[in-house]
Design a binder for this molecule. Structure first.
Ligand code: NAD
Ligand code: UFG
Length: 341
């Protein structure tokens, strides 16, 4: 029987969906989160969906002693590490905060894991580690050259984790490079919240669709793509969650550090996503074309074939599913977790 999986950042968007997937697969989990970007209400929602309220410790991961105590108390055998800051724009404005939190919390986690002799770790990396001039589809060995501090923290953490193998041959590390996560739990009880005005396309679109924001700005329609707007590889958060379980299963049989792209391998333009949302909600989205956003790459699409070959994982849900589930979440929770039903 598996002992506990520690889920850091488990009350956040991707961590909460993965927590549910772990519980549904029969794992026992414990969550550490400092609630910097999430709500305790998530624990009740996890309980509603799974019938289990996982043990929760509100703490900053940089508090190494507390992390160590959690390891001892719950006999943790593996860790899924989601905790960290994730907003690209904010990382440009305040790089120190990103280096201190993302790198500091990972170093603290490693120290506590080493002390407790826990050697299995799955890390939330990102497609932002790839070079902005690399051509899609990105393979795992595609050139890395992050262009913002957020992406640089992911890259540096990947290097640090890969280095661990040199000091202890028992380490089993999964580096999961997510492309663009969208969607929500099909019940509408878990989803993505944004503090203030959202920066990412789908949360912004949802707020325009629900009348909370007046208009979507499409950042450029003069790119060298079929409709002139940028192309991304959007992936449903439920598919991402399953990728984590597949990686954990893989690492049971193997040591070493392994990177996998978690994407669909399919590109969708900004306009195509807007049109799919319009189809789902049944009315047009108020929008205007504005100038390009600084730092946007034209196209970012995964080559997910390594994940399929090694993990037997592939994304199954469609752009339609992502838009339907995001809209269901938005309607049930217009103010995120502070909404009442
Ligand atoms: P999220 O903000 O919803 O979840 C992160 C959680 O970590 C939050 O609940 C926050 O309170 C917690 N946290 C942050 N710093 C902490 C610390 N020092 N100690 C304890 N808890 C802390 O973000 P998410 O979208 O669920 O992303 C999860 C991970 O996936 C992040 O590492 C992010 O960088 C990565 N990622 C996200 C995306 C995306 O578009 N959402 C894409 C690629 C990678
Ligand atoms: N976009 C708009 N209008 C908006 C918001 C976005 O036109 O109001 C466009 C962007 O220009 C881009 C596309 O929608 O072409 C997607 O933008 P997002 O901000 O939703 O996503 P990004 O691809 O810029 O980055 C996201 C996360 C990163 C993560 C990366 C992984 O913000 O944290 O995906 O590929 F690493």
């Amino acid at each position: 029987m598996d002992k506990y999986v520690l889920v850091t950042g488990g009350t956040g968007y991707i961590g909460s969906h993965t927590a549910v997937a772990l519980l549904e697969a029969g794992y026992q989990i414990v969550i550490i989160d400092n609630l910097n970007n999430s709500s305790k209400e998530v624990l009740s929602r996890i309980e509603e969906i799974t019938g289990t309220t996982p043990p929760f410790v509100q703490a900053d991961l940089r508090d190494t002693d507390t992390v160590h105590e959690v390891f001892e108390k719950y006999s943790v055998t593996s860790v899924m590490h989601f905790a960290g800051h994730k907003a690209v724009g904010e990382s440009v404005e305040n790089p120190s905060m990103y280096y201190a939190n993302n790198i500091g919390s990972t170093l603290s986690l490693i120290e506590a894991m080493q002390a407790a002799e826990i050697f299995t770790l799955i890390f939330s990396s990102s497609a932002t580690v790839y070079s902005s001039t690399a051509l899609s589809p990105f393979k795992e060995e595609t050139e890395k050259d992050p262009i913002n501090p957020y992406g640089m923290t992911k890259y540096l953490i990947e290097q640090r984790l890969t280095d661990l193998i040199k000091t202890h041959a028992d380490w089993r590390i999964g580096l999961l490079r997510y492309f663009n996560p969208l969607g929500a739990h099909p019940t509408g009880r878990l989803g993505e919240t944004s503090i203030g005005t959202p920066n990412n396309l789908m949360p912004y679109l949802m707020q325009v669709a629900s009348g909370k924001l007046p208009k979507l700005k499409i950042f450029g329609d003069d790119y060298d793509t079929p409709d002139g707007t940028c192309i991304r590889d959007y992936i449903h958060v439920a598919d991402l969650a399953k990728g984590h379980l597949a990686a954990l299963q893989f690492l049971k049989g193997r040591t070493g550090a392994h990177a996998w792209n978690l994407g669909t391998g399919k590109g969708t333009s900004v306009l195509e996503l807007v049109e799919t949302v319009e189809k789902v909600i049944g009315y047009p989205i108020n929008r205007e074309i504005t100038s390009r956003r600084e730092g946007d790459v034209i196209e970012a699409i995964a080559d997910p074939s390594k994940a399929y070959a090694e993990l037997l994982w592939r994304a199954e849900l469609t752009i339609d599913d992502m838009c339907k589930d995001s809209w269901n979440w938005q309607q049930q929770n217009p103010d995120g977790y502070s909404s009442t039903r």
